[in-house]
Design a protein around this ligand. Sequence first.
Ligand code: ARG
Length: 393
Amino acid sequence: MKKVVLAYSGGLDTSCAVRWLKEQGYEVICFVADLGQGLGSGEDFGAIEERALSAGASKVYIKDLQDEFVEDFILPALKANAIYEGKYLLATALGRPLIAKYLVQIAHKEKADTVAHGCTGKGNDQVRFEVSTGILDPALNIIAPVRVWEFKSREEEIEYAQMYNIPIDVSKKKPYSIDRNIWGISIEAGVLENLETEPPEDAYLITKSPTHVSTYPKYIEVYFQGGVPKKIDGKAYKLTALISHLNEIGGLHGVGRTDLVENRLVGIKSREIYEAPAATILYTAHKELESLVLDRELMHFKEIASLKYSELVYYGLWFSHLKTSLDAFVNSTQKFVTGSIKLKLFKGSCVPVARKSSFSLYKKELSTYGKEDKFNQQLAEGFIKIWGMPYQR
Ligand code: ARG
């Protein structure tokens, strides 16, 4: 029998996909990746496994990939300051190549020649899954049931699930499409498709409304070593725990919300809102520290690299040679990114207020307007003449 490994979330689409793939003559092996998505109320991985099996899966793999996600995917993006279209911190986009990596690994182990995912034909995630899979093993076949099956609506899928006794809780009307992991939440569809409407409060899951949070600011200090966040307020954390901790603090102060009309790879503009408290705090702190320790040329060149890096992540090119080459560059830039940044979280904002590093390039005796000034102002005259010389006719 033909075997397929399906990236399974436990939701309606992938549950119907299990049954549907079976009907196409496949033995279906489900793979559930734990990227810190936090399951819905009353859900646990046991329930998800049950559901996959009752939908017809022959086997279910559940893997806690949070540490690998944080170390090998989130951390490189943070070091690179990768941010798409100025606002999106790429939580969903970073998770896809990791899931693809395990789809391929399990396919090899199970001697399956096909993998499958539950993405639609309109989004970026199908691209990320398929391009990553193709790079890792071009011989694997890929099926995207949602792109090809006959169901025209959620109602038809629900009917199909009920016909085969797949235990899906359809009682709650789903107002949004949500993707969540430890690095952030992406929320789209429903009323959000109306660009003239402010996102309703109920769309947000982990951040309090900045209107209703504490009127007292919260100060936190993040310590980095070689570009890696190591401590919060002097206390050492493992990276995964550090991120969870910052999601909590940031969320309490309404930090990390964005509302973006973005350019999808498939040519569609779409509106999506994001919540990423920890990511927002860490990006803000990391960039602030870099501005202290990187020289001007390195910093400006790195900004160009950041832009390209974010496109590569967004476009599904995580495993491309350009991305891995950029990682080598970025890692080299992090040599002196060691020090502490103090941030003020206040009613949804997150701003750096103090910084220190033993690698700081800031020299007060040069920048000061006070009497300790050591800058030789007479040298400026000659410098400016030569600097401007090439532009005179
Ligand atoms: N627009 C984001 C991206 O392409 C997130 C996509 C998934 N969003 C969702 N609500 N399921 O990375």
